[in-house]
Design a protein around this ligand. Structure first.
Ligand SMILES: [Zn+2]
Length: 336
């Protein structure tokens, strides 16, 4: 993440840069702003800039040893603490990959969406009041009023405003949306929330990719009630939606086999889709991937012959779950 990857907010970016260029980095800072604002994204850009070995023009270089690590959120000197679920049986390690994937996928992530990702519950962030030497504690919050005054008084606070409509529109254009009325609609709906804007843009540009990943996760986890609810909702969208989804699924699975054999990235898939494709290709055998492809083809055949969508989707989901579960769950990042 560079400052330039975040649209607008020049004043806030310059203020953050100035802490580093004037060598006045506080021991603790709080970036606070409403849901869907750039507080986390700016926090990442700030840390990347601070760690970069050859910063230039107010940006991290993106190429040095440090940048190679900070950009992937794997720098050994940058530790992430985030809310997690699961009680004392879980440690932060179990969630680190999910956290990295969620943030790298959409750095405007809100607390609510992160909690949805890790499934409810909430263990409070452990706050460190007396930082060790040569360290910076960077807190990110949507609700600064909820923090203890004793903690606040120890932190330099930086307020991050909601994105302006013009900034949301620029971001939507960059996502490849050219339809003016769609840009207006999304901008009006999200009210400055960049996280929602990115999600809606991706859904508009490719309506099937997020649904495919979500569905595969459900099947992998074998959550019968959620699978049935998903099938119910999807079946109500009609046969054509079902057909288009499976067509996309076939294209996706073909790409998994192709990548497994050739290690080549072809055009037509987004970075998010490639993450899923590579995850599946690394963890499934060619036979298993082909089995999924055959499943999709068979179901396509039945849809064309007007079989009941809900029954078909449910059967397909259960079969897919069986194939996916031959793989050790902790070895399949896309499914965890
Ligand atoms: Zn660098």
């Amino acid at each position: 993440m560079r400052f330039a990857d975040i649209i607008g907010l020049e004043e806030e970016k310059n203020r953050l840069r100035s802490f580093i260029t004037s060598d006045r980095i506080p021991h603790a800072m709080i970036l606070h702003g409403p849901e869907g604002s750039a507080k986390l994204a700016l926090g990442l850009a700030f840390v990347n800039y601070m760690q970069c070995l050859h910063p230039a023009d107010g940006e991290p270089c993106g190429k040095c040893n440090a940048c190679q690590k900070t950009f992937k959120m794997i720098h050994p000197d940058v530790h992430f603490y985030f809310p997690m679920s699961g009680g004392k049986d879980y440690t932060v390690i179990e969630y680190t990959n999910d956290w990295r994937n969620a943030v790298l996928n959409n750095p405007y992530l809100s607390i609510a969406h992160w909690q949805e990702t890790i499934e409810k519950d909430n263990i409070l962030l452990k706050l460190v009041e007396e930082p060790p030497a040569n360290s910076l504690i960077l807190l990110i919050t949507e609700n600064i009023q909820a923090l203890l005054p004793t903690l606040l008084s120890r932190c330099q606070s930086v307020s991050i405003p909601t994105f302006k409509d013009e900034e949301i529109k620029r971001a939507l254009l960059l996502q490849g949306i050219k339809d003016d009325s769609m840009i207006q609609n999304i901008t009006k709906t999200v009210e400055g929330n960049m996280f929602e804007a990115m999600n809606m843009a991706r859904e508009y540009v490719n309506p099937h990719s997020e649904r495919m990943i979500h569905w595969m996760r459900l099947c992998f986890k074998k959550k019968a009630d959620e699978i049935i609810q998903w099938c119910d909702t999807f079946a109500s969208e009609g046969r054509d939606a079902h057909r288009q989804f499976l067509k996309y699924g076939l294209k996706y699975i073909e790409q998994v086999v192709f990548y497994k054999i050739t290690r080549t990235e072809t055009e037509g898939f987004s970075a998010d889709e490639w993450k899923g494709i590579k995850g599946l290709s690394a963890q499934l055998s060619v036979e298993e991937i082909q089995l999924i492809g055959e499943l999709f083809s068979d179901h396509m055949y039945y849809i064309e012959r007007n079989a009941n969508s809900k029954v078909l989707l449910t059967a397909l989901s259960l079969n897919l779950g069986q194939i996916l579960n031959r793989v050790k769950p902790d070895l399949l990042p896309i499914m965890s």
